[in-house]
Design a protein around this ligand. Structure first.
Ligand code: FES
Ligand code: FES
Length: 155
């Protein structure tokens, strides 16, 4: 069946099966490799994308459910160089292997759009669904707080 959707500003018409998962279609048909295949059951957040501006786990979405929707992956927010948030992740040494990074970048991007000055607790809650096995989370949270200028931070 046909699937029409927008990915990173580009309109696509794809041929998908009813049971195809959006994560697989994005990686294999569209060629966006930043959403990572992790647990494939909604636990790890490595497959996180933005759908109409809200973070979703693409391993839990059927491709046909994305009909008419606007999908953004990390490739889509990096066309003109990295965002300030991405720069801060680098300067804070937030990631090591980087497997979790695309999902965390998008979850944090969503948070900062909804709440430009989050508190540490806000960041912890927003990233609770994104697992990282490498860094212990503090440098990740510090980068997001710095992007929000830390104005929501409590002493
Ligand atoms: S791969 Fe989707 S949440 Fe883990
Ligand atoms: S940097 Fe390795 S899983 Fe997060």
């Amino acid at each position: 069946m046909n699937l029409e959707l927008k990915v990173n500003g580009e309109q696509w018409v794809l041929d998908v099966a009813a049971a195809d998962v959006l994560l697989d279609v994005l990686r294999e048909q569209v060629g966006t490799k930043s959403p990572k295949v992790g647990c494939e059951r909604g636990d790890c957040g490595s497959c996180t994308i933005l759908m109409d501006g809200r973070s979703v786990r693409s391993c839990l979405v059927l491709a046909v459910e994305a009909e008419g929707h606007d999908i953004v992956t990390v490739e889509g927010i990096s066309y003109e160089g990295m965002s300030q948030l991405q720069d801060l992740f680098i300067s804070n040494n937030s990631f090591q292997c980087g497997f979790c990074a695309p999902g965390i970048v998008l979850s944090a991007t969503e948070l900062l759009e909804l709440n430009p000055n989050p508190s540490r607790h806000d960041v912890q809650e927003a990233l609770a669904g994104n697992l990282c096995r490498c860094t212990g989370y503090e440098p990740i949270i510090d980068a997001v707080l710095a992007a929000g200028q830390g104005q929501g931070e409590t002493p």
